[in-house]
Write a protein that binds this ligand. Sequence first.
Ligand code: C5P
Length: 288
Amino acid sequence: MTIAPSPIRIMARAKINLALHVTGVRDDGYHLLDSLVTFADIGDELQFLSGDGFELSITGPEGNSLASEDDNLITKAAHLLSDGDAASFGASIELQKYLPVASGIGGGSADAAATLIGLNQLWGLSKTREELSDIGLQLGADVPMCLAGYSLRARGIGETLSPVKLPMFSIVLVNPRVEVSTPKVFSQLHRKDNLALDEFPDADDQASWINWLAAQRNDLQAPACDVAPQVNACLETLRETDALFVRMSGSGATCFGIYANDAAALRGKSYIRDTQAHWWVKSGRTVG
Ligand code: C5P
């Protein structure tokens, strides 16, 4: 009797930019950032199995808007990792999509990062995290941070990473069901030479970090509200809950609230669900 090998399962966690300052522009048009990033216990689920040829199936509540076509970041990651020969290596990948696409919480980047980790293991390639990160950067500026998966400060265009010790936060993520184009939001920025993040607090309690966060910004928030006024509605609705702190993540449109505890976050989620039934709303905790 042969026993079928068990699949490799990886969660592609939502990325949250707790603060995001735009500090400059490179010659190639990419923006220099200084961002404090953490991750959530909310994400997509990927499963990797050996197989003949290369196959990707997409299911899950957010899967419909993502066709399994050639420009999918998972397929691109598999091709880059195998020098364009994913079919010979062989893999059957299942993506259960729970994160809304093009939403500022790195769903596509996290899927690409999970694919690089999963296939590196499945195919026995023994590539280091640094090598995977170099491949990931070709797929998107957020892929290296998603590969890291721990709370971090991201500089450069998002690829220069240093770990940061953060307390756990109870959170609510809200997407007002509008896809926002990242290049469009960057193009609406008035100032591109903003100050870097302030020095981090010398404490690991939630209150100190929330005070610190309140003095930082997401420089993409105002331009995203110009591009999609629903982002502002999302922030306003979060402010009607008991959130201690509210901000947009990445280039939007997903916004987040930080709460005193899980019960307060659950109440916040219920309130938003009751007032905006068609929005995507999740509660959880930060991890890493
Ligand atoms: O890297 P990613 O594919 O996510 O970026 C999408 C677009 O966002 C880029 O093509 C670029 O226009 C813009 N971007 C930027 N500066 C960054 C990251 C992204 O201008 N640091």
